[in-house]
Design a protein around this ligand. Structure first.
Ligand code: G16
Length: 543
């Protein structure tokens, strides 16, 4: 290897300022923005190495998604749009935490261990969300990329799913779509308009919705989509950037708190949508005539999609293996519905899109959704080929060909590279339109078990370790036994605790059959977590 290429790496501006170690978490490195400059510099270096190993373009997205404005983060996107491979997460964590004096030797070590051919050109495609700290962090990443002679293709302010799309299109030489933002909007919106045709409303379905954009980049993308969609769908945007990012608004807030966002004029029984700070998650909700709040989360979206795809496959007389991937946060009722009513296999994996995406790839058509609204559908290449053939096959009936053609457009409407709030929204709108449903009708598919999630601050979240897809605590000793004892007292009770991989908190999730028991269940579990794991602040009493 020619080590002269490493001579630019030492950089006084991006020295490690903090002694605390930082981990590659559920979705990359995420912490206070002011602790991240050296992390971004080093991730720029790593992105170049990854690009050389893969001989393909790599994505680098600067965002902390649903986190508060003062946080920020970075994630690397592998060539096919998937999250960075697990083995490289470990390499990334090590690289980010080594002492400055060991930085060059660590890079040398990675090059040797991974057998990296340094003469291969490296391309890193960068993007960032709307956070104030993002431009500075982008500069740090760009300096890292350039220190190793990588080529930067910067797309500026984009949603996370847009960056995934751009990476895949670049690497597939336009097979998936045109590698531009225009290409992204046109691909998805044309498919949407094609399926909708001229009849904009249908039955109970009205082509208008209210969108809470979390004061993030999703507002920009939604406005852009509106231009491409014309009159086929009216999107009324709230929290479009003038307020604080993710503050009492956005998909995470709405899902966890189970209330409408602030600065939002909820019309009674009207379809409303909330997305998060980088537009990769979506939940639907409405407020009824009695002011009661109703949420239709990722589980409800997944089941709606699964049912519709099943119907289209039946109409087109095509048979593929469908599967649905969830996490432990999925409502028990949704899993029952998938298994017993839809009769589709449902698989549970640990939290984190990387786990869901990989599992979904095992099915011909893999639908994956986290209850928090992060998800998409993956179609195998062979499936797409068969559907294409069915559309033009003269031996097939007109009905079959029409259903196959709808399927093909549905595939184009879906951002298969990662969960995409706005593409998911257009898919849901398409299905509701096809069924002639309003949001209340959709909600009737099944009744959620009453459920609640809380976030708790503890001195050190790492003392909680888990197994069994994050549902069983291994440490601290005794905690799981105490939780099991409490949960056993509730009909259809389920409760688990795990440290967040994106925030400095632990998450506690509970569900049970009776709403009146739910508060006591989660309060009692929170109390033992507080005692065993070192809770901070007042002990949880009421919620
Ligand atoms: C990220 C991940 C999701 C995960 C969420 C919360 O979402 O992409 O898969 O569910 O974090 O993770 P945790 O419970 O570990 O904090 P986002 O939208 O913040 O990028």
């Amino acid at each position: 290897m020619e080590y002269f290429q490493l001579k630019n790496i030492p950089n006084m501006k991006y020295m490690r300022k903090y002694s605390d170690n930082i981990q590659y978490g559920t979705a990359g490195f995420r912490t206070k923005a002011n602790a991240l400059e050296h992390v971004l510099y080093r991730m720029g270096l790593l992105a170049v190495l990854r690009s050389k190993v893969k001989n393909a373009a790599i994505g680098l997205m600067i965002t902390a998604s649903h986190n508060i404005e003062s946080d920020n983060g970075v994630k690397l996107i592998d060539p096919a749009g998937e999250m960075l491979e697990a083995a490289w997460e470990r390499i990334a964590t090590n690289l980010v935490n080594v002492e400055d004096r060991n930085l060059v030797s660590t890079i040398k070590h990675i090059i040797e261990e991974e057998n990296i051919n340094m003469s291969v050109d490296a391309i890193v495609i960068t993007g960032r969300d709307t956070r104030e700290s993002s431009p500075t962090l982008l500069n740090a990443a760009v300096m890292g990329i350039k220190a190793l002679y990588g080529i930067v293709q910067d797309f500026g302010i984009v949603t996370t799913p847009q960056l995934h799309y751009l990476v895949v299109c670049t690497n597939t030489k336009s097979n998936y779509g045109d590698p531009t933002l225009h290409g992204y909007y046109i691909k998805i919106s044309e498919a949407f308009k094609y399926v909708r045709q001229k009849q904009i409303n249908n039955g109970q379905y009205v082509a208008e919705l209210l969108l809470d954009a979390a004061n993030g980049v999703g507002a920009i993308a939604a406005k852009e989509f509106q231009k491409y969609l014309g009159t086929t769908l009216a999107i009324n945007i709230y929290n479009d950037g003038y307020g604080k990012l993710n503050f009492m608004c956005g998909a995470d807030f709405v899902k966890v708190e189970q209330v409408p966002p602030v600065n939002f004029h909820a019309k009674r029984n009207f379809r409303s949508v909330s997305i998060d700070g980088d537009a990769d998650r979506i939940v639907y909700f409405y407020v009824d005539e009695y002011e009661k709040f109703h949420i239709l989360d990722g589980d409800k979206i997944a089941t709606l999609i699964a049912e519709y795809l099943k119907e289209l496959l039946k109409e087109s007389h095509l048979s593929f293996q469908l599967g649905l991937v969830q996490t432990a946060y999925a409502n028990g009722s949704s899993t029952d519905y998938i298994l017993n009513v839809l009769q589709i296999p449902a698989v549970c994996v640990p939290t984190g899109i990387k786990h869901l995406h990989n599992k979904a790839l095992e099915f011909d058509i893999g639908i994956y959704f986290e209850a928090n609204g992060h998800g998409t559908v993956l179609f195998k290449e062979t499936v797409i080929k068969t559907i294409k053939e069915a559309v033009t096959n003269p031996e097939r009936s007109t009905n079959e060909k029409e259903a196959a053609s709808k399927l093909l457009n549905i595939i184009n409407m879906i951002n298969q590279t990662v969960g995409d709030a706005l593409s998911d929204m257009l898919l849901v709108e398409t299905i509701l339109h096809a069924k002639g449903w309003d949001i209340m009708e959709w909600e009737k598919m099944y009744d959620d078990l009453p459920n609640k999630q809380i976030k708790m601050k503890v001195y050190d979240k790492s003392i909680i370790t888990t197994t069994n897809v994050g549902t069983q605590c291994i440490t601290p000793e005794g905690l799981q036994d105490a939780i099991d004892e409490i949960v056993s007292q509730y009909k259809r009770g389920r409760c688990f605790v795990r440290p967040s991989g994106t925030e400095d908190i632990v998450r506690i999730y509970a569900e049970c059959e009776n709403l009146c028991d739910l508060d006591k269940l989660i309060k009692d579990v929170a109390s033992v977590v507080y005692d065993c794991a070192g809770g901070i602040g007042p002990k949880p009493q009421v919620f």
